[in-house]
Design a protein around this ligand. Structure first.
Ligand SMILES: [Zn+2]
Length: 265
């Protein structure tokens, strides 16, 4: 599932390869990915123009061209790549061609979104309300957002209108690294807030550097897919639990009641 680090990688591909180059052709291979626009309108709006900027807000990619902007979400299985020698892949949905190569959006399960708006339109019409980007959020801002939430900590972190960019895997990773119970209320105290903010910055910076969520030996994410997942910190058994309507992987020992035996491992 593409999360913030993956979308940041897609953004960099566009920024490094495609920005300021004239768009020669746009090919929509499957229009189920388009929202509120037709293949013909996409072509009319983009061909002959150039992207002037590649931005990301949460899990949304926003590409500005003169008087128009392309807004993309990658759903569960979407990806973006650059190729100089384009041979069609079965899951390719959109190809934007430049003189020396193409930006290709693929999406096997067709759960992504691409919209093309006028330059003056607010992308919120497509993205819905988005909170501050998880990568840039300050500790004070995070405290404010958590204090006003009445939901569980994990539900609050997942809510894109509160904080933009954290999906299921990133939320579980951040909560595990900060030793906080995903199902507890969001009103963290000072030291919990500091731990949460530090983990968020650390997880995101390493994940962005890797271009995806790392799965190394010190990461909770490395235990996903294991039949008997083991906590990389305390070697206790990890558990799956339904929190915020999502399957959540957590360590009851590290992330449980701090007064319980073994909780401070
Ligand atoms: Zn543990």
């Amino acid at each position: 599932v593409p999360e913030l680090p993956d979308v940041e990688r897609f953004r960099r591909i566009v920024a490094d390869r495609a920005v300021h180059k004239p768009i020669v052709e746009v090919e929509v291979r499957n229009d189920t990915i388009l929202r509120g626009t037709s293949p013909r309108a996409v072509r009319t709006r983009l061909v002959g123009r150039a992207f002037s900027d590649a931005n990301r807000h949460g899990k949304w990619l926003i590409l500005a061209a003169d008087e128009t902007q392309l807004v993309a979400h990658f759903g569960m299985t979407g990806a973006l790549r650059w190729t100089s020698d384009y041979s069609r892949g079965d899951a390719d949905r959109l190809a934007i061609r430049f003189g020396d190569g193409s930006v290709i959006v693929s999406d096997p399960r067709n759960l992504g979104t691409i919209a093309v708006l006028a330059g003056a339109d607010d992308p919120v019409a497509v993205t819905g309300p988005l909170g501050p980007d998880a990568r840039d959020i300050g500790a004070n801002e995070l405290e404010q957002l958590l204090r006003t939430s009445r939901r569980s900590l994990k539900a609050t972190l997942l809510d894109q209108a509160t904080i933009a960019g954290l999906g299921n895997m990133l939320s579980d990773e951040v909560l595990w690294q900060s030793r906080l119970d995903p199902a507890r209320r969001a009103d963290v105290d000072r030291s919990e807030l500091a731990a949460l903010h530090r983990a968020m910055r650390n997880v995101l910076s390493l994940a962005i550097r890797a271009g995806h969520i790392p799965r190394g030996p010190t990461w909770l994410s490395g235990q996903r897919g294991e039949d008997d997942p083991i906590c990389p910190r305390c070697a206790g058994a990890l558990e799956w639990r339904r929190v915020a309507a999502r399957s959540s992987l957590w360590c009851p020992r590290c992330q449980g009641n701090r007064d319980a035996p073994g909780a401070m491992c």
